[in-house]
Design a protein around this ligand. Structure first.
Ligand SMILES: Cc1cc2nc3c(=O)[nH]c(=O)nc-3n(C[C@H](O)[C@H](O)[C@H](O)COP(=O)(O)OP(=O)(O)OC[C@H]3O[C@@H](n4cnc5c(N)ncnc54)[C@H](O)[C@@H]3O)c2cc1C
Length: 506
């Protein structure tokens, strides 16, 4: 039994996923394992992936990372949500703020009260009821105040923007301090065990053979082990999410420093804007079926707020996921496991959840198929739920200015998503099932923001008179506004707590 113990772990790839894996496993697994991470200076990391969602804070917390130190080291900024520009139709602008909208009541959620008033011709907008949205619009930021349990500040939910290269470097230092051995060099081959086809070793360009009990494939889109060696197969979801290219370029920081990622819809995709301390990250995600790269690049460069700091880079991807995230003695984490466009900044989150799930199902002596199957089922659920949320942005849309927008509005969507849309369309109800990542208020903000309006509201809110509901809405908005008025500016907060050394942007 002892000789089958999984002890030696090799991580292939030193991008965000590889170093997150090295950090988490070396910190959270018990002693007795050894870790080697192989990365090649000849093969660059993807170099994007700079906007996150709040769960990243838990990851840092598990690792015992000091938040201010991390922000300084990565030229980071804070993020209260995502601003969507021109999405529902040209000229629209809404924010999907993290955290809650209003205050849910025991019998109905806040939205139902708002909806009733809205249908009566009052309450024109939902924005004043999300503290994240109000703070982001006003350029404010502060951390939550758990010591004020009755205040909207108590659970203020936020995430980060950071420089992906600096983040990987930060985690490398962290991992090496915990015994992870970095091996520089290119893998040119894989040796499979006779009989069961498990991976026995990888072969380096210099002929060295590196063996392990367990391989974590963080090699990026190529899927060096999971696909090239194990031929696991890939589910292609391009028919639902047709964007398959991105052009990325950093520029000098100009314009506002709101704690927001911005997503601006164009005629065959959308453009991101991610403000960091030393530069702004930009990229145009588009569908090659509907737009040529040259046109996509032109649109991107015409919509930069500052001087470009590098040549634009074209990235190609196929939206979807591996048929199995864990196959034999190999788990694919990061881009090697699959990819969905960064519209809701979910990829790094999925690296984190895959790692935490791996720790839950970590093998002891040999590999138990029931653990592998359960791990894969949970990964499949997570992918499908996030996929549906992304599709919703395209399906619920009134833009009619290009073939791209007409295609996504007319396409048939997965049945689970269609049920969600139908449920909301009738009485504004939203159901969060099976530990879904995005809560009701995220779905609400996106469906509402994209222009969807339910036919009616939940009649349970008729228990209160319109005057009582009006007071309730008024008080909720007033308390939020008072909290935000007391917050510092986003930049002032950074300067006071976590300003990075002044650095010439790369
Ligand atoms: C356009 C775009 C925008 C994105 N934006 C976001 C975002 O805003 N938020 C978010 O959460 N995520 C985003 N992502 C996803 C995010 O970038 C990735 O999830 C994250 O960076 C992890 O990448 P990775 O480590 O899996 O792969 P990579 O960064 O590609 O790293 C691969 C590693 O494998 C090594 N390697 C490969 N082949 C070999 C070999 N033969 N021998 C040795 N080493 C090898 C390379 O040297 C490298 O170190 C985005 C992705 C894209 C494509």
């Amino acid at each position: 039994m002892e000789d089958k113990k999984v002890r030696k772990i090799v991580i292939v790839g030193g991008g965000t996923a590889g170093w997150m894996a090295a950090s988490a496993l070396s910190q959270l697994l018990p002693a007795g394992h050894s870790y080697q991470l192989i990365e090649s200076d000849q093969i660059s990391t993807i170099g994007v992936g700079e906007a996150t969602i709040p769960s990243i804070r838990n990851f840092n917390l598990h690792l015992g990372i000091d938040e201010n130190d991390f922000i300084r080291a990565t030229q980071g900024t804070f993020k209260l949500g995502i601003e969507f520009v021109n999405w529902g139709k040209k000229g629209d602008n809404y924010i999907h703020g993290f955290g809650s909208v209003g205050r849910d009541q025991p019998t109905a959620n806040f939205y139902q009260y708002w909806l009733k008033m809205n249908q009566m011709g009052h309450a024109p907008t939902m924005e004043p009821f999300s503290i994240n949205t109000v703070a982001a619009r006003m350029g404010r930021f502060s951390r939550g105040r758990p010591d004020l349990p009755n205040s909207p500040l108590s659970d203020l939910s936020y995430a980060f923007h950071f420089d992906a290269g600096l983040y990987a470097r930060y985690l490398r230092t962290y991992s090496e301090a915990r015994g992870v051995q970095r091996i520089e060099g290119k893998i040119v081959g894989t040796v499979l065990r006779e009989g069961d086809g498990f991976i026995e070793a990888v072969v380096m360009e210099n002929g060295q053979r590196i063996e392990a009990d367990f391989f974590i494939d963080c090699s990026g889109l190529v899927g060096l082990l999971i696909e090239q060696a194990l031929h696991t197969g890939y589910e292609d979801w391009s028919h639902w999410l047709p964007c398959d290219r991105a052009i990325a370029v950093p520029c000098e920081t100009a314009g506002s420093m709101q704690a927001l990622t911005r997503s601006t819809a164009h005629s065959a995709g959308w453009q991101w804007r991610i403000p960091l301390q030393h530069r702004t990250g930009n990229g145009h995600v588009f569908s090659s079926r509907f737009m040529e790269p040259a046109e996509a690049e032109k649109i991107l460069m015409n919509n930069l707020e500052g001087k470009p700091l590098a040549e634009p880079r074209l990235l190609k991807f196929v939206t979807g996921k591996r048929k199995q995230t864990w196959n034999k003695n190999c788990v694919a984490i990061g881009l090697s496991g699959g990819f969905m466009e960064p519209l809701e900044s979910t990829s790094i989150h999925m690296v984190k959840t895959a790692l935490m799930r791996l720790i839950t199902f970590f093998p002891d002596c040999g590999f138990d198929q029931v653990d592998i199957d359960t791990f894969n089922r949970l990964c499949d659920n997570e992918y499908a739920q996030i996929r549906d949320f992304l599709i919703c942005h395209y399906k619920v849309n009134a833009r009619d200015d290009s073939d791209f927008w007409r295609y996504v509005q007319e396409m048939e969507v997965p049945a689970a998503l269609q049920r969600k849309l139908d449920l909301f369309a009738s009485h504004g109800r939203i159901l969060r099932e099976n530990e879904e990542l995005f809560p009701e208020d995220s779905w609400l903000q996106v469906m509402h923001g994209q222009g969807m309006r339910p036919r009616s509201y939940n009649p349970v809110v008729d228990q209160r008179s319109p005057e009582e509901i009006a007071d309730f809405l008024h008080n909720t908005a007033a308390v939020i506004r008072k909290c935000v008025d007391a917050m510092p500016g986003h930049l002032d907060f950074i300067r006071a707590n976590c300003q990075a050394p002044v650095k010439k942007a790369a």
